[in-house]
Design a protein around this ligand. Sequence first.
Ligand code: PMP
Length: 357
Amino acid sequence: MPRFRPALDDIPDYRPGEPPLRPDGGPAYKLSSNENPYPPLPGVLDAAIDAAARINRYPDMVSSALLDALSARFAVSVDCIAVSSGSLALLQHVLQATCDSGDEVVYAWRSFEAYPISVKLAGATAVEVPLITDGKHDLDAMAASVTERTKVIIVCSPNNPTGASMSTDDLASFLRKVPPAVIVVVDEAYREFVRDPESIDDPALYRLHPNVVVLRTFSKAYGLAGLRVGMAIGSNEVISAVRKCTTPFAVSHIAQEAAIASLAAEAALLERVEMLVAERVRVLSELRAAGWEVPDSQANFVWLPLGERAGAFAAAVKSEGISVREFAGEGVRVSIGERPANSLFLEVARRWAPRRR
Ligand code: PMP
């Protein structure tokens, strides 16, 4: 029998969202993985198809053209940006670069399900700090949980699955309490959907706080979930450590070219983001009008804190052809999709509105 690291015994399976439309009558609308419901723009698709003609060759290992495009987009030196196959890979690289066995990683809970898995995989110990009202991070408690063994703190804004975003002021006062040797990862996978003007909005936070690294992704607003491209923006030192951990050739040239084309087509993509934000506003207001108590969301999903009714509600929604993400005993996360999908979801949700029961 092969012998595996004991840390693996503790690692829960990562559960992906349910698959989309199936001929057997499965969910016709997939609102379970916070994806972008729109198909790729023609220019982005063409760039990917053109790049496919070169798949017999390895891609540019350092993604230099993509780094140049990102450097121009975010006004950050190329030495301060790393790309890899999704922002989750970059989080894992930060952990690999910093954590030895017994080191601690602090993050809020509930948050992105991949955090506990990644922390344990790195051999580190997870320190989970419960969320407070409206699904926000308890930044005071998180700062108070830092010990000599803390290597990394992960903050997620907007938080998956609750949708709460963090204000610039709250993050700044939190960072003042964190020792400079502790890396703070700010996971902003959903940043482009944020409309609260007080929310954090500076991808180059490392300039003021060299221990901060910001993660962003092409998977959500830019609609490239299937190609896996994420980025980390941080100090030269942090980024060079992260780069040492990346798998060589992790970003295919199809993904590199599609990401570059997406940046070139950003205005058109952000118009779509605007439509999704308008749909989020509609979904939240119609849910509240129907009697639901839902926290504000700044992301492309909403959180229904259903407690024990989560499973039954998720099953009811699924029976109407919509897959959503159930967190047993806690709640249900519903991605904002195309308008008919949202309308159908709202029909079911109205029937389940808490005050009417
Ligand atoms: N961070 C958060 C908070 C997420 O919800 C997700 C995707 N579900 C990711 C990171 C991973 O994104 P990527 O596709 O870039 O790995």
